[in-house]
Design a protein around this ligand. Structure first.
Ligand code: HMG
Ligand code: MG
Length: 309
């Protein structure tokens, strides 16, 4: 029997994962309008920003201003990244109701990204989780470099499963498995997901593919076949990680939506509005949208907004 779910949640990470990696600093007003546009597409989760050290990620130094400026729509979650207790305090002060903590399956990457070992990161998250419980905040966990690491090469699925177990036991409601540098292929993605799903229920997992070598959609399809129900993506393929050389953008949300719709999977996301949000941010960044769907004229019979499965 097929395990492909009939409904998939798309977690839009463009305003955070995308804009953290831009060379220039996007003004807060543009970020706010971008997030507001994404909120109107039917997406149920839009990751807004990060409360990390602004010296490390100056692109998101305006996190509090952006968070305060967005219109929060009922039914949409607006998570923010926090690396430690200080980030959690800042997120709480800003009024965040959901946060994401992040670590990696590779020691070397973790050190470059958050300046500590995996075990130390888990210790750092304990006070974050305590504050989350106190303030009734939902916590998502990210694991980076789940297939390959820019410093260590291939990562064993068992190493990912071990970190996943530790994060789940801290109390994360969902774990997002990140192919940070986009080196996965479907077979590797499947092996990794199977190993993690053996220790954390599939219903508590999400996949997060960067598209460095054009494999992200194939990887997502492989994970859908195993029953994954949550997919992270970034409108117009924005994204990357400043501490992972070679990491390009996330898989484009438009392309994920096209795939899911074509498979008869419900997402609740409106393609036309999504294309407009992608066009908006691409224009502001002075580039063409990564997704080819953004280039199909509206009057074409093959315009993505008019297609169904
Ligand atoms: P550190 O230097 O080890 O921190 O950085 P520290 O605790 O030693 O503190 C040093 C200074 O930072 C102090 O200030 C702290 O107050 C300040 P000083 O006394 O020097 O003036 N500080 C902070 N300031 C503001 N907000 C904070 C904060 N924490 C400490 N939260 C730290 C450790 C984790 C803070 C740093 O390494 C950091 O901010 N890293 C963030 C890196 C990052 O954001 N990477 C990208 C996100 S991860 C990603 O993209 C992957 C993902 O998409 C999934 C995937 O694709 O794989 C999620
Ligand atoms: Mg990422």
């Amino acid at each position: 029997m097929s395990r492909i779910p009939s409904v998939v949640k798309i977690v839009e990470v463009g305003p955070r994962d995308g804009l953290q990696n831009e060379k220039g600093i996007v003004p807060a007003g543009i970020k706010i309008e971008f997030i507001n546009r994404l909120s109107q597409t039917g997406l149920r989760t839009v990751e807004v920003t990060s409360f990390v050290n602004p010296k490390w990620i100056p692109q998101l130094a305006d996190a509090a201003e952006v968070f305060a400026g967005i219109d929060q729509r009922p039914g949409v979650a607006y998570p923010v990244l926090v690396p430690n207790e200080k980030g959690m305090q800042r997120a709480l002060q800003a009024g965040a109701r959901e946060v994401s903590i992040f670590t990696a399956a590779s020691e070397s990457f973790n050190r470059k990204n958050i300046n500590c070992s995996i075990a130390e990161s888990i210790e750092r998250f304990k006070p974050v989780m305590a504050l989350a419980r106190e303030h009734d905040i939902r916590v998502r966990g990210y694991i980076s470099t789940v297939i390959g690491c820019p410093y260590e090469g291939a990562i064993e699925p068992e190493a990912v499963a071990s970190v996943a177990e530790r994060l789940a036991s801290l109390g994360c409601y969902e774990l997002s498995l990140g192919d940070t540098i986009g080196v996965g292929t479907p077979r590797k993605a499947r092996r990794m997901l199977e190993a993690v799903a053996a220790v954390v229920p599939m219903g508590e997992l999400a996949v997060h593919f960067h598209d460095t070598y054009g494999q992200a959609l194939a990887n997502i399809h492989a994970c859908l076949e195993l029953g994954i129900g949550v997919v992270d993506s970034s409108v117009s393929g924005l994204g990357g990680c400043p501490y992972a050389r070679g990491a390009t953008g996330n898989v484009a949300t438009e392309d994920v939506l096209y795939l899911l719709t074509g498979m008869g999977i419900e997402t609740g996301v409106d393609m036309d509005k999504l294309l407009e949000a992608g066009r908006f941010i691409s224009d502001r960044l002075g580039r063409e949208p990564v997704s080819k769907l953004g280039h199909v004229p509206k009057d074409s019979r093959y315009h993505a907004g008019t297609l169904s499965h």
